[in-house]
Design a binder for this molecule. Sequence first.
Ligand code: PEP
Ligand code: MN
Length: 337
Amino acid sequence: MIIVMKPKTSIETINKLKNKMESLGCQTHEIVGENYSVFGLVGDTSKIDRSQIQANRDVEKVIFVQEPYKKANRIFHPQDTIVKIGDKQIGGSKFSIIAGPCSVESKQQLISIAEEIKESGASFLRGGAFKPRTSPYSFQGMREEGLELLKLAREKTGLPIVTELMSADKIERFVEDVDVIQIGARNMQNFDLLKEVGKTKKPILLKRGMSATIEELLMAAEYIMSEGNEHVILCERGIRTFEKYTRNTLDLSAIPVIKKHSHLPVIVDPSHAAGLWWLVEPLAKAALAVGADGLMVEVHNDPANARCDGQQSITPERFNDLVSKLKKLANIENKEI
Ligand code: PEP
Ligand code: MN
């Protein structure tokens, strides 16, 4: 961190700030110019309150050298993190596919989809039991009953289950029942919830907020990791832009950017990004090409009658076709499905 003082700041004022920084465990190195005094901070700056320095009336500007996230930062952890879930994994040489309906609707619906996606090559089953809906009048999910059906589908297929946790009061149940806990886009900055899942040992699928920067996503991961849970999988699911032809805009560049700055695995959700079923295939192929560690795809046996997100859900047949195309691409990228 580099602190530039206002022109003509007195030596006493500069020394006061320098002493404060040193008392927080940093070394300071000063450059005195004709008009400006500048000093650099070396050491662990993660505990320094940046906004407090910026609020100091004697400070002209602050230049940040180190990113504010530490545990998620590749600098301190150069090798890729691989999150293990039973005999499955996300990260490394694997391109892992999570698939399933937006929401669990019935036993018959869930089991038939789970069997079909497994047959096609999916490694995980997704399905919302507690649904974050924009309208309180929309279907809110089957809740506890939905969790029971997910467990049944896991028993029948062996596929680990991924489902969204919306509030901390259900955390014990989720730790007990679920293989990967999903934190949805709308809760990416629910810091209390992040801290609570950080206290567990469960793998966490953290979705990018719809108007969150990459740094904010990594800081959300940092909340989880700072509590001791380092099994975090990131998910790019599209961000809000001015574009209206798609539900969100898939930020494909986020994948290589995250890979450069962080060691955490990152997957892509083309379904929520596009909001349109016919865009799922091209976006899924693009995700593989830009280096994603996997996908989360919404699959429904009867999209026209789905209780949630039918417009972006692909049928099991189309999913099967998609996976066979992705297998060919994965070969080129030295990834395994
Ligand atoms: C979901 O995956 O079911 C979901 C609601 O996605 P998001 O949080 O990305 O909107
Ligand atoms: Mn959905």
